[in-house]
Structures are given as structure tokens and as C-alpha cells.
Design a protein around this ligand. Sequence first.
Ligand code: ADP
Ligand code: MG
Length: 244
Amino acid sequence: MNKMIEIQNLKKIYDQNEVLKDINATVEKGQVICVIGPSGSGKSTFIRCLNLLEKPSAGKVVFDGVNLAHIDDKQLNALREKMGMVFQGFNLFPNMNVLENIKLAPMKVKGVAEAEAEKTALELLAKVGLADKAQQFPTSLSGGQQQRVAIARALAMDPEVMLFDEPTSALDPEMVGEVLKIMQDLAQDGMTMVVVTHEMGFAKEVADEIWFMADGYLQEKGTPQEVFENPQSDRAKDFLAKVL
Ligand code: ADP
Ligand code: MG
């Protein structure tokens, strides 16, 4: 057992709205976790609490042995470098070509030399199947291609864990597969991943653990087989009956 992220009694309240009530979970190094659950159940809020894009109202998140409640701004930047994040929207910089998009953070944030940043960027582009798109601008790419660039950009920081929040939800159906394939490759390479997704086929095949979120709690945690084939709670049974 090699704990990477520990979440204890995590709570998040917006005004009066208690979105996360009491979340407890552990992500081990190399694990792929898929977080599933109804819309509005707090999945995005949860994943954003892991890298402090949202500040937990109570409880703790411990990453690599460091309690995130106690870190300063400098440590926060270091934390963000170690946690790559990919969102539903692709969020590429529109005024930069693909190569520049990928090179920027390693150069600016980590002080990597341009030649090295470029070499890494080109390798990552090859990995996501877009070696020939280095000089293109984001708007000239399809949604699936843009999302693959976004994944390459996150990987350029050499993160310890990748957080995905519904990375394929904004894509036309025919582009979903190419993005999931890249994520599957990443998982096979041993990347630690937390993936919020509605892609149950992907979750079944790739996840080590499924976490089912509803009503502010992780109501079920287990292997895909346990959660999909033998859900315990009515809430999970209900949800799965609709999506499977
Ligand atoms: P999911 O990702 O599972 O669809 P979210 O985490 O986006 O769920 O949202 C859970 C609940 O928290 C919703 O009721 C939503 O309206 C509320 N919420 C999310 N973000 C904010 C915010 N920044 N301010 C206030 N309420 C929010
Ligand atoms: Mg969401």
C-alpha cells in the first residue's frame, strides 16, 4: 500500500447547501479511480477539493503525506504541478499553437529550457497521436483533438496524478473513443488517475475502483465488478439501472 491521496471527513458547504457531507477515501499510487453518480451530486466539487480549486469547509485532504489545509501559496503551486487536471471544456490558450500550449507551463512554472520543453511536447503529442498538429491553432482542431492536446499539456508537467472531470462529456459521440483510448493508455502506463465520468464502459474496463457518489457521500466503493454487478444501496441500484 502506497497512499497518494487521503481524504478524511471532507465536507463542502456552499452557503446553506451542504454538497459534500462526509467523504472518506484513499487513492493509492498507480490506482485508477472512476467517480460516478447523478448530476449535481458533487463529483466536480469533490475532485476540485483534491487540488484546492475548491477549499474544503471541513475535513482533510492529505497528498503525499502533506495536509493541504496547512500549505502556503508556494506549496500550493508545487501541489498543482503534481496534479494534472483535465476538464470538460478543453481550456486551451486560443492565441497559441498546440506546441506553445504544451511548452508554456513547463517553461514558465518549472523553468525548463525551451529546447527541452519542445522535445517533451513533441514526444507527448506523438503519444496522443497528434504529432502532425504541433503548429496548428486550437480552433482548427476537432474537440477530440483539442482534448488530447489538453491531456498532453497536463502531462508536460510530469504530474504524479491526473484528475479528469468528465473529459468526454462535451465531445461529439464519434470523438469520445479517441480520448478514452489515450486515458486507457495512460492507465496502462501506471499513471494514478481520478476520473469523474459517465462512460460506464470505460469505468468497467479501466478502473481499479468505482466510487459512487450521491447525496453528499461516497455511498459505494468497490471494484467495477462489485459496484456494477452487485450494488448495495437503492441509490446506486437506481442510478445504475438508468445508465447501464
Ligand atoms: P456534479 O459534478 O456531480 O454534477 P457539482 O459538484 O458540480 O456536481 O455540484 C454539486 C452541487 O453544488 C450543485 O447543487 C451545485 O449547484 C452546487 N455548486 C457547485 N459549485 C458551486 C459554487 N461554486 N457555488 C455554489 N454552489 C455550487
Ligand atoms: Mg460535474
